[in-house]
Design a protein around this ligand. Structure first.
Ligand code: ADP
Ligand code: MG
Length: 483
């Protein structure tokens, strides 16, 4: 599409994000929530909805949901009820889902994101608690659908934004921030591939300056940030194309096809279920006491932006470093752990942002491969000038990862990496080089312009010492000799 046509329109996006809560047991039953178990093993008569069974609310689910609300400065509802959302689906044995329609646990609040125009607070409509459904498994070529109920009854929060996001990039930034936040809060592992974090995107377009919103389309079940962005971008083009042709955009639910990069219709709003919400008579209303709320407040983990502030103020890191390190809770925690063993904070940050992060990226792992005190040892070796950064990062660092038993100092000796700071042996090499390159020496001494030749002498010296000569010492001796 001609960008000038698309630019006449404003994109309006509201997200509904489901986050699976990291409790050990389900929201209304003692069944385990462990991921990846054989199908239909984490089930009980409650998840299977046997007649006469009664739900019992998991206190931890409420606490984790409140943590999210506190982090987003939402208002926490003190009196809540749970509603039945009635619909039929094979992976929903009860025939209804327990959710909070009228009294969401958190109301309002915001999640702040960084945009090209600076920081923006994206207002939340609500955060409510609900239960997950099971999983229907459609295998290609099979006529039967299999149902796995391990997930049925796992506790979720649904985070609903106001229609305040304005581009796929902003939607991505919002999701990235929510993922980081739930991880810092320890309430959800944030793993989109495993479905612990899922997103529905509501999208509409309107002419810039229009006061009313356009009619929205909901794209269901997006399972990666990239796909959320692609689906929205496609949808915007589709809707602008329709409006330009004078067609009406239908209120409908659509799905995103990853292979084609297109969305397609699933059902229109008119065909949509009437869920007939009503308060669940099996669960008593939930009262959140002042005491309980304060207890949860007091046990709040440190938040990403608080951690970032700490790295800047207490460790003197540049803003940029603090931002990169706090992108991941694990790296931020690790940084502070390493700094318990050394006071060269900026060097630690460089090591984490550089060699450590690239190694993890290369190995496609989120596990930090080196104990904190071992990285501190490396930082010291380089800081004391006994090892160059490049040898330390290229040789020592991978060797330490492969040999978790040996400490850095011993490994350096074992591998023969340590700088030869012995003046005599370096001086000897300098003498040899002077003899082997008489012309270059003459050239160097003859004009100021030839002073650049020092690089060539250094290179030769490092080569002959197999990289072990202390560069500072070598440079000093060379300059001395050359005059
Ligand atoms: P529904 O009645 O369809 O459930 P809601 O008003 O509850 O709609 O909103 C659901 C989600 O859709 C929210 O995230 C909201 O921000 C978003 N939304 C509402 N209207 C629009 C719109 N015109 N364009 C884009 N998103 C919208
Ligand atoms: Mg709604």
């Amino acid at each position: 599409m001609d960008p000038s046509i698309r630019d006449k329109y404003e994109t309006v996006i509201g997200l509904e994000v489901h986050a699976q809560l990291s409790t050990l047991s389900k929201i209304y039953a003692a069944d385990s929530t462990a991921y990846g178990m054989p199908p239909n093993t984490n089930i009980s008569i409650i998840s299977l909805a046997h007649p006469g069974t009664l739900p019992r609310l998991n206190r931890k689910v409420v606490e984790l949901a409140i943590r999210m609300g506190l982090a987003c400065r939402s208002e926490i509802s003190r009196e809540q009820i749970f509603d039945r959302k009635n619909y039929f689906y094979p992976d929903l044995p009860k025939g209804y889902q327990l959710t909070q329609d009228r009294t969401p646990i958190c109301v309002g609040g915001f999640v702040a994101i960084e945009t090209s125009d600076g920081r923006r607070e994206i207002p939340l409509n609500r955060v409510h608690i609900e239960e997950d459904a099971g999983k229907s498994i459609h295998t290609e070529g099979e006529t039967d659908t299999l149902v796995d109920l391990n997930r049925a009854g796992v506790g979720l929060i649904e985070i609903v934004t106001e229609p305040a996001l304005r581009s796929p990039v902003e939607a991505g930034a919002f999701l990235t921030e929510v993922r980081r936040l739930v991880r810092y809060l320890g309430i959800c592992d944030g793993n989109m591939e495993e479905g612990s974090l899922r997103c529905d995107a509501n999208v509409s377009v309107r002419l810039h300056g229009a006061s009313a919103y356009g009619r929205k389309v909901e794209i269901k079940n997006l399972n990666s940030i990239k796909n959320v962005q692609k689906a929205i971008a496609f949808e915007v083009e589709r809707q602008v194309g329709m409006v330009e042709k004078g067609e009406e955009v239908l209120s409908e639910t659509r799905l995103f096809n990853v292979d084609s990069g297109r969305t397609y219709g699933m059902r229109t709003k008119e065909e949509l279920n009437d869920y007939r919400y009503f308060p669940d008579p099996d669960l008593s209303p939930l009262h959140v006491s002042e005491e309980w709320l304060q207890e949860i407040q007091a046990s709040m983990p440190r938040l990403p932006w608080e951690t970032k502030k700490k790295l800047v103020h207490d460790y003197g890191l540049p803003d940029y470093d603090a931002g990169v390190l706090t992108d991941s809770k694990e790296l931020a925690v690790y940084f502070e752990e390493v700094c318990e063993h050394t006071s060269q904070y900026k060097a630690v940050s460089n090591w984490i942002m550089g060699p450590l992060k690239s190694w993890m990226k290369e190995q496609e792992t989120s596990n930090i491969p080196l104990a904190p005190e071992r990285l501190a040892q490396v930082v010291h070796l380089v800081g004391e000038g006994r090892l160059s950064f490049s040898i330390a990062s290229q040789k020592l660092f991978p060797a330490l990862i492969n040999d978790p038993q040996t400490n850095a100092e011993d490994l350096v000796h074992k591998l023969g990496l340590i700088h030869d700071t012995n003046d005599d042996s370096i001086a000897e090499l300098v003498d040899q080089i002077m003899l082997d390159y008489p012309d270059k020496v003459k050239e160097y001494r003859s004009s100021k312009k030839a002073k650049g030749l020092i690089g060539m002498f250094m290179g030769e010296l490092m080569k002959r010492s197999k990289g072990k000569a202390d560069p500072k010492k070598a440079n000093e001796l060379l300059l001395n000799k050359l005059g």
